[in-house]
Ligand binder design. Sequence first.
Ligand code: NAD
Length: 369
Amino acid sequence: MSYRIGVISGDGIGPEIVAEARKVLDCIGTKYGHTFEYEEILMGGCSIDATGVPLTDEAIAQAKASDAVLMGSIGGNTATSPWYQLEPGLRPEAGLLKLRKSLNLFANLRPAYLYEELKEACPLREDIIGDGFDMMIMRELTGGLYFGERRTEEKDGVITATDTLTYNENEIRRIAARGFDIARKRRRKVTSVDKANVLDSSRLWRKIVEEVAKDYPDVSYEHMLVDNCAMQLVKDPKQFDVILTENMFGDILSDEASMVTGSIGMLSSASLNDTRFGLYEPSGGSAPDIAGKGIANPIATVLSAAMLLRYSLDLDTEADAVEAAVKQVLKDGYRTIDIMPQKAAGASSVKRVGTKEMGDLIVERIEKR
Ligand code: NAD
């Protein structure tokens, strides 16, 4: 089969890590008889430099015409880059928000998985880690506080800023159904996270989740308040399978979950709409501090490509092959700088590699399978 993949390399380490994921996809194509045609799409700082805006209508059309989009990362150093002197709607991140909205990417999936080989990088105590953990954060992405009405105004000499958090029942129903669908393919447990003791939007969230749960009698579910969830993630992360939550809570909890796995450089993500289309990107940002040095970890982007194979192209065997190759590389002792063991004892048994070498090692293991 032939597939059309939109590629947003973006800024900072984006082009470096995307190049490795493409290498992996090409290897999968050769081995399993698929053709991946790539089309570069401008978004973020590089688009501002080329066109004056972070995302053009042409770029949106290119993304819509693809089977899926693979992305690196966008943005620069927010303190020093001239992109951040622009008004908020013209900054790099505005491009991503606009793309998510234009493509109706309402479901954001972020797996948080602790690899056996990286247990040392996990900041939690050994007795808490146990055999490791494997959870999926399902975050609503196109509603809530980040898309609500906002204003800043001065009344009687006092400046007041207002943001609004709005969800309607349809928005909650579709993300909840996605969450239960994903749970069905995993350990069949959904933890719906809200702040129903305070917020109306959360009370509606809870009511609709309960309605949706009736269609999934084979999946167990529970409600958890967001403050408790933040605590449970570091106290007992093994309890979670799918965490289902709204936009801002998901933003914060998914970063917390990623931190307990040890490195942001390992974590993939997918943003899906009602069709098979998805945007796949690493959870981290453009890491301007290490851009151009050839040391960024490409694994999160490679694993995002694996999610692309699984969720948009329905190529489960191929996705399994990529994930197994990543595990094998770690087992064989190869590490990028961000996942090097801190203790000298561990350091002697592992080999430090750069971005390209890590990509090559993954490709080799796919070829060998
Ligand atoms: P960041 O994730 O870019 O970097 C945080 C730290 O993690 C840095 O020390 C960085 O070197 C490290 N890191 C990140 N990815 C890594 C990788 N693959 N390998 C090794 N180390 C890695 O977060 P930040 O510094 O807060 O943000 C930098 C820029 O990225 C900002 O402009 C921000 O807005 C943008 N950003 C973009 C996205 C996106 O494209 N979706 C997401 C988050 C942040």
